[in-house]
Design a protein around this ligand. Structure first.
Ligand code: ATP
Ligand code: MG
Length: 443
């Protein structure tokens, strides 16, 4: 990798054996200055780690020595010098500097501590995300999130999926309902899309066969929970000539792949966070909705009946039950009542009250919903109307079902929920750079 002239190496790339006699230039933030009189240590931090810069007063130019002592924490510096082995320094080397360049001095006091020694409230951290990201724990989360998204892309691409991008400004709600953000689109009303669902399906009519999208979804629900955002990132797929069981297999294999990749490529970050990852074992349990509500009814005061949705409490009861029985945190709930699944979900022909839908669950929350979709135009139109929606608004979508729509299935999994359950963070906002919720619209 070639870095710009202001530096030649990341801190972690400096290895005295590899570098030999050559001078190196590192650049980053002043993490710490320890002035012990005769000797002064400056710790410089960059994205990849830390390096120790050592100035022994009697060996070094006075002006240089003075400027090092005056460095303000979190200022941006570029330091050139030679590398020397030093067992007590990070990575076992230190830099003896020739030049210390202050590229930009930091103001003080800092809005929050960057060493990780002082715990800050989530709100304080989010208000000053630019500085929160300099803490090793926060940075680790976003490096892992990168690994997750990369693994998803790799897995789906290798399995024949084409990456697609569908509009986020739309004229019609995906599932009707009120949970949409209206916007002004020139002189018309439009909405921010709550899901790429309808567009993914249109792409099936276009013969794209298998598509995926990693993109934003917007939900105007006024919830204030630890697992909901008003702008989230959804990983969505749609696949032609498949049924719900086929795409459940793709989903569980993808989750296993993502976990394995993170375990392999993000060892240091997992260590920083104190997380030990257990890769799920496939095939995951496929629990029927009826069995799930029986578990709830037999182990709590809650009495659910056919057609009731599962709330947070029920999800926890079922999650614990499955974990105790199988030792696995992930499982599917299948055979949902058709009445509580969206119009585009297909029902069994011989059992119309049961939907070919599934949810992938984590012990603590829902991760994903999916289904085989209705591909017959007239059935779909009836389903839209039976949900109390105006089918005229869906004309752009219904047209795609008239001229050769293959059978197809798909799912959507929340990227944040995938990362948060993997890392065991207790608030979804921890795994989003700039979360959007009921109260937060800035930064
Ligand atoms: P929940 O019942 O937990 O609110 P949902 O059933 O409304 O979720 P779906 O419409 O099925 O959500 O969306 C598919 C996936 O997208 C969800 O399983 C979840 O992982 C993610 N997701 C949906 N809404 C949100 C949200 N508001 N914040 C974060 N993730 C979300
Ligand atoms: Mg759902």
């Amino acid at each position: 990798m070639s870095l710009a002239k202001l530096r030649t190496h990341y801190t972690k790339q400096i290895n005295p054996d590899a570098i030999g006699e050559d001078k190196v230039t590192i650049a980053g933030w002043v993490h710490e200055v320890r002035d012990l009189g005769g000797i002064c240590f400056v710790v410089v931090r960059d994205r990849e780690g830390r390096a120790q810069v050592t100035l022994v007063k009697k060996n070094i130019d006075r002006e240089l020595s003075n400027s090092a002592r005056k460095l303000v924490r979190e200022s941006v510096v570029s330091i050139t010098g030679s590398v020397k082995p030093e067992s007590k320094a990070p990575n076992g080397y230190e830099i003896i500097p020739d030049v210390i360049d202050v590229l930009n001095e930091a103001g003080s006091p800092l809005p929050m501590d960057t060493t990780g020694k002082v715990d800050a409230e989530l709100d304080t951290r989010l208000d000053s995300r630019f500085i929160d990201l300099r803490r090793p724990g926060t940075l680790a989360v976003f490096k892992i999130r990168h690994e997750v998204q990369k693994a998803v892309r790799d897995f789906l691409t290798d399995n024949g999926f084409i990456e697609s991008s569908t509009p986020k400004v739309v004229a019609t709600a995906t599932e009707g309902g009120t949970s949409l953000f209206p916007i002004t689109y020139f002189d018309r009303e439009a909405f921010l899309n709550q899901s790429p669902q309808l567009f993914k399906q249109i792409l099936m009519a276009g013969g794209l066969d298998r598509v995926f999208e990693i993109g934003p979804i917007f939900r105007a629900e006024e919830h204030d929970t630890r697992r909901h955002l008003n702008e989230a990132t959804s990983i969505d797929i749609e696949a032609s000539f498949t049924d719900h069981f086929d795409v459940m297999e793709i989903l569980e294999n993808m989750v296993v792949f993502v976990y394995s990749q993170v375990k392999e490529n993000a060892t240091q970050m997992l260590d920083d966070l104190g997380v030990e990852l257990t890769v799920p074992k496939t095939p995951l349990l496929r629990l029927k909705y009826q069995e799930a509500i029986d578990i709830v009814n037999s182990s709590s005061d809650e009495k659910l009946k056919w057609g009731d949705d599962l709330g947070t409490v029920s999800e926890h009861i079922i999650g614990e039950h499955v974990f105790n029985e199988t030792g696995e945190s992930h499982y599917f709930i299948i055979d949902w009542p058709s009445e509580i699944k969206p119009f585009y979900a297909m029902s069994y022909e011989d059992r119309p009250e049961i939907s070919k839908s599934f949810d992938m669950m984590h012990r603590t929350m829902e991760l994903s919903s999916g289904a085989q979709r209705v591909h017959d135009h007239d059935t779909l139109k009836d389903r839209i109307e039976s949900k109390g929606l105006d089918s005229d608004g869906f004309d752009f979508y219904l047209r795609a079902f008239k001229y050769g729509m293959p059978p197809h299935s798909g799912w959507g999994i929340g990227c944040e929920r995938l990362v948060m359950t993997m890392l065991g963070t207790d608030n979804i906002r921890d795994v989003v750079l700039f979360p959007r919720d009921r109260k937060r619209l800035s930064p």
